[in-house]
Design a protein around this ligand. Structure first.
Ligand SMILES: *[C@@H]1O[C@H](CO)[C@@H](O)[C@H](O)[C@H]1NC(C)=O
Length: 355
């Protein structure tokens, strides 16, 4: 346990040192559009961010800035809530291959930044490639990202902060499995998607990274309504197409799941209301018993010591401002009804006789 805490503290400290964080090397193919995310610390939220081209710090050329308009080729967007600035390169050509900087402008000092390398290859020649850098999944559902690679070596799937999965594991709420059974394809399946899974990831292979953004949305409710009639027709139709069978089976399982959820909720509601009814019934019965008990019990209440005194000093049982004070409500056994000894002139008393 202390080891774990130490590790966490070391990780936190290391993360704190790096206030701008981005990829190190990305390879694309001619004509590709590429998005490069770059994370920054919260104290840079309101600073100007810019993309700078050139290997050497200090002699790089501005490409695009958050306080200037996008160009045809480059655009920049700053998500201040996620603290991620994203650079978009369109229609990349061989001549675009270079080193670039994700920089933060600091008015009163040296700018902060992180450098990354961009390689551009001919079509089909990239060592690590994805068809789309944008993947969408539904909450609770799963999504598979297919990453093409060429060559051999470890392939990893990483969250933007550097949490990597070699084989299987958790990334936030999602369960991640990888499959390399198809040569040249690194398939990453993330299941049980939740809000915390929205964000940037990257595939890592031979020192190359490929950023992929995962968006998780609500499943549109209209599709389930639309698929229900299709289900009834499909089951009566011939089932020659195996792929349609699996999708129909999936739909059936979705419908069954939905029905189970509805049924389960109903049972719960009924059970809950039964418990509440039973409790209420018991409770009211109990209070009725409590109310009835003086009459039913053998003891009968006798109200005594009804004081009526003209002068407060003479009678200690009367308050200054009140004329009548009811006190000492007591239960006496049936056979004996006692009277209270008091001075005749001070006290007027009455007795409820037992029934
Ligand atoms: C990996 O993918 C192949 C082909 O899609 C599939 O046959 C196999 O069952 C998968 N393996 C695992 C462990 O999911």
């Amino acid at each position: 346990m202390p080891l774990l805490i130490t590790l966490i503290l070391i990780c936190a400290a290391l993360k704190g040192i790096q206030s701008v964080y981005t990829v190190t090397h990305v390879a694309v193919e001619i004509g590709d559009t590429l998005q490069i995310p770059c994370q920054y610390e919260s104290h840079y939220t309101n600073h100007v961010k810019y993309l700078c081209r050139g290997y050497a710090w200090g002699s790089c050329d501005y490409v695009i800035r958050t306080d200037q308009r996008d160009s045809v080729k480059y655009s920049i967007s700053d998500d201040k809530s996620q603290r991620i600035v994203t650079f978009t390169f369109k229609n990349l050509q061989l001549g675009d291959a270079d080193h670039y900087w994700c920089n933060i402008e600091i008015r009163s000092g040296r700018d902060d930044g992180e450098r990354f390398q961009l390689s551009v290859n001919d079509k089909g020649k990239s060592k690590l490639h994805v068809d789309s850098q944008w993947v969408t999944g539904y909450f609770g559902d799963e999504v598979t990202i297919y990453v093409r690679y060429s060559g051999s070596g470890f392939k990893q799937w990483c969250r933007f902060d550097g949490t990597c999965i070699f084989n299987t594991g958790h990334i936030n709420e999602a369960w991640v499995t990888t499959n390399t059974s198809v040569p040249g394809v690194f398939a990453v399946t993330m299941s049980g998607l939740q809000q915390g899974n929205i964000g940037w990831y990257w595939a890592l292979f031979q020192g190359l990274q490929m950023p992929v953004f995962l968006d998780v949305t609500e499943r549109p409710t209209t599709t389930t309504i639309a698929t229900t009639p299709a289900l009834s027709t499909a089951t009566t139709e011939s089932t020659s197409d195996s792929s349609s069978v699996t999708t129909e089976q999936r739909r059936v399982s979705v419908v069954i799941k939905a029905a189970a959820i509805v049924l389960g909720s109903l049972i719960f509601i009924v059970a809950a209301s039964l418990v509440v009814c039973y409790w209420l019934k018991k409770h009211t019965k109990k209070s009725e018993e409590e109310q009835r008990s003086p009459e039913e019990s053998t003891d009968v209440p006798v109200y005594s010591n009804i004081c009526k005194a003209p002068k407060p000093q003479q009678n200690p049982c009367v308050d200054k401002d009140t004329e009548i004070l009811y006190s000492s409500v007591s239960f006496v056994p049936n056979q004996a009804s006692r009277k209270v000894n008091a001075k005749e002139e001070d006290v007027v008393y009455s007795t409820l006789a037992p029934r």
